[in-house]
Ligand binder design. Structure first.
Ligand code: SF4
Length: 243
């Protein structure tokens, strides 16, 4: 195992910094900390990732509405500080990183809106030997699996934090903006707690996308809500499609 922290200890550190008073997020994070590291994955992730120190994600089938009171203190500054290094710099940062925040669906977690995973062998290979911090911002916020698909409307992730765009369910138009912001904040807390300065996230997602996201049903250049927040905190975000 790399590093000095085991999975349970590391996850315990994370939960200290989040308000887990509501069932959804509490279950999502605590299951990760106390459960076996193989939950929800096809194979033992420690073996899949080689000598990696794996922190289990938020895989619980949450049914609540999340923490409700997670702090979103950086919202006002996201739009003005969002940075995006070049692709070569992003790839170099990933190569050099010892700890990486990762979209849980890319590791095989069935946490997508449609109840499926997006397991990527290329992602797993890129993470070989690294400490991995899996997160699913949407499930972490308390949203269930499966859940209605959500599109950004009025702009991309930066615009959401600036109050100029929203995250709406594609069909029913239910506003999920605050859920998505809360999940982004929990992902940022996880990155901070484990010292991850690089995130490898799933492209096209309204949370995790970093180059392209769906806006009002159309794939456009832009970033998701979690990516915008991470970048505002100088965390390098690289897409699974850039490997
Ligand atoms: Fe969760 Fe992000 Fe994967 Fe969507 S893309 S299922 S929010 S980890």
């Amino acid at each position: 195992m790399t590093g000095s922290r085991g999975p349970s200890g590391a996850l315990g550190d994370a939960t200290e910094h989040a308000d887990l008073s509501k069932p959804g997020a509490a279950q999502a994070l605590s299951d990760a900390g106390g459960g076996a590291p193989t939950q929800g994955l096809d194979r033992d992730p420690a073996r899949v990732l080689g000598d990696a120190d794996l922190v289990q994600p938020a895989p619980a089938r949450a049914s609540g509405q999340g923490t409700g009171s997670a702090q979103v203190s950086t919202a006002a500054t996201v739009g003005s500080t969002c940075a995006d290094p070049s692709k070569s710099d992003r790839r170099a940062a990933l190569r050099e990183a010892s700890t990486v925040l990762v979209s849980a669906c890319l590791l095989g977690e069935a946490c997508r809106y449609d109840g499926r995973s997006q397991r990527s062998e290329r992602v797993l290979a890129a993470l070989e030997g690294k400490a991995v911090v899996p997160v699913c911002p949407e499930v972490g916020s308390g949203l269930p699996i499966p859940r209605p698909p959500v599109d950004l409307c009025g702009g991309s992730g930066v615009d959401v934090w600036a109050g100029q765009a929203r995250a709406l369910e594609r069909e029913a138009r239910v506003d999920r903006t605050e859920d998505f912001k809360r999940g982004a904040t929990l992902a940022l807390e996880a990155a901070r707690n484990f010292g991850a300065s690089v995130a490898l996230l799933k492209e096209k997602s309204p949370s995790c996308g970093s180059q392209r996201v769906y806006e009002s049903g159309v794939l456009r250049p832009g970033e998701g809500i979690t990516t915008a927040l991470l970048r505002s905190e100088d965390i390098t975000v690289i897409s699974d499609e850039e490997l």
